[in-house]
Design a protein around this ligand. Structure first.
Ligand code: SF4
Length: 463
């Protein structure tokens, strides 16, 4: 069991469940129901009564939202109100997400360093979006394709072709695969999900696999489902368990206003305290569809919902892909940079395949025959006592630097001249026109350090 994780604090105090969940339900009406905000502003008390929320307008009053580092900051208007408890609950959920990101660290040294580099690269390339990606090192899909067929699917899932049932052999293979992954990656595997480009509840045996997973790790895997209204009774015990343990947050994709109404009808606010309702239809006031996968059109790409920096295993097809998030584009339509795919037959073979991918793709040195240049959209600023990298996505990185800071500017400029071999950049910086040289070991050191910080691109596409 991942015991460290289970020592963590809870997301909310159970005695506050009513106050928090009622405010949460009000927020959901605001984000899902067109015209609701206007109606609420006109008659707050009447509307609260109409939707069954036993609170007063003062209880639910917030100052206008502000955004900091990609997070919406909710400032309650009055202290000690349900709104104040809700704001603390939201902060606690963000902190919980950041904790999970920390537990996603693999124990394999090459993979650990590679993941750190991808996190830095994503901070530079993805801007505010970066905050929401946990870079889980592992996920398992329990079916081939997805039955829902959302027209906006950010991962462009294909139609459902088959399901991996919990037969004795399949259960054995499933446990063999997660144990093999755990041997290499460590307890970080426990932060993975049992879905990725699939709908978890498409598999009628999802709960049995979930139990196997929980027996091994002590952790309940996270669920995002678009089938909440189809499986209300199936979901009820899952929600009760997640609320009791408070070790994860579920998500329902809400595909229409009608579906939102059915969910409000079927589940009490308290049942959904740890379930986020994601507005996934155009008319929703907070519609959050991303321009990726099926929703990315021609030149209108540019987002990602991929949160895996590691292996996605499909048990129905018996295949593995190694991927990491990138901004969706024609070249990477699903917002994933897929580095390799492979088939596997059994846990031993699975282990060999993922070790092979680690050795081929997670070498943390730039090879002598790889040409490099600076990442796109970054600039360097020399301040009196530090070097700052600014990106065109509003992210700034402070570089550790001492001594003559102009050296960093020279290395930065040399890397900005297009793809070149590391040795050519070193030679250039050893013969500066002003008669000064930068010692080669310093140039190599800085290049390697910046590569680890995601500031450098390779021509071969290695990340
Ligand atoms: S968004 Fe999720 S539920 Fe919808 S098609 Fe894609 S994988 Fe399936």
């Amino acid at each position: 069991m991942n015991t460290e994780r289970f020592k963590e604090n809870r997301i909310y105090d159970p005695k506050d469940i009513d106050d928090i969940s009622y405010v949460k339900r009000l927020m959901e009406y605001e984000s899902l129901i067109p015209g609701f905000s206007k109606e609420f502003s006109a008659d707050p008390q009447g509307v609260l009564k109409k939707i069954g929320i036993p609170l007063t307008p003062r209880d639910v009053a917030f100052d206008p939202h502000t955004v900091e580092n990609g997070n919406v900051i909710m400032n309650p208007k009055y202290p000690d109100t349900p709104a104040a408890k809700y704001a603390r609950f939201m902060n606690s959920k963000f902190a919980h997400r950041d904790e999970i990101k920390k537990y996603c660290t693999p124990v394999n040294p090459a993979m650990k360093k590679w993941r750190e580099r991808q996190i830095c690269r994503c901070a530079i390339q993805l801007g505010a979006k970066f905050q929401s990606l946990i870079h889980a090192p592992f996920a398992i899909e329990l079916s081939d394709g997805c039955s829902v067929g959302c027209p906006f699917c950010g991962l462009a899932a294909e139609r459902l072709k088959s399901v991996f049932f919990h037969t004795p052999e399949n259960a054995e293979l499933f446990k063999g695969v997660i144990n093999a992954a755990r041997e290499i990656i460590g307890d970080a595997v426990s932060e993975g999900t049992l879905y990725f480009g699939t709908e978890p509840l498409d598999n009628p045996d999802y709960e049995l696999f979930m139990k196997d997973f929980t027996d091994i790790f002590g952790n309940i895997p996270q669920i995002t489902t678009a089938r909440s209204t189809m499986y209300i009774e199936r979901l009820r015990p899952l929600l009760a368990e997640i609320n009791r343990t408070q070790k994860n947050v579920y998500r329902f994709s809400i595909l229409s206003e009608k579906m939102a109404g059915e969910i409000f009808e079927a589940f009490t606010p308290q049942e959904l305290i740890l379930t986020e309702l994601l507005p996934q239809y155009e008319e929703a006031p907070s519609c959050a569809l991303v321009n990726s996968g099926k929703n990315g059109k021609d030149d209108d790409y540019g987002d990602t919902i991929s949160c895996i920096t590691g292996f996605v295993v499909n048990m129905a097809r018996k295949d593995i892909k190694l991927a990491t998030p990138v901004w969706a584009s024609k070249e990477h339509p699903t917002g994933e940079l897929i580095l390799e795919r492979a088939k596997f037959t059994d846990p031993e073979d699975f282990k060999e395949k993922i070790l092979g991918m680690i050795s081929r793709h997670m070498s943390n040195l730039i090879a002598p025959d790889d040409r490099i240049r600076l990442e796109d959209g970054i600039s360097l600023e020399l301040l009196e006592d530090k070097v700052v990298i600014n990106t065109d996505r509003y992210v700034s990185v402070n570089l550790e630097a001492k001594g003559d800071l102009s050296i960093f500017k020279k290395i930065f400029d040399a890397l900005g001249k297009g793809y070149r071999y590391k040795r050519d950049i070193v030679s250039e910086l050893c013969v500066l026109g002003d008669g000064k040289i930068i010692p080669p070991e310093i140039v190599y050191y800085v290049i390697n350090k910046w590569w680890g910080m995601g500031l450098i691109k390779t021509e071969s596409g290695k990340v």
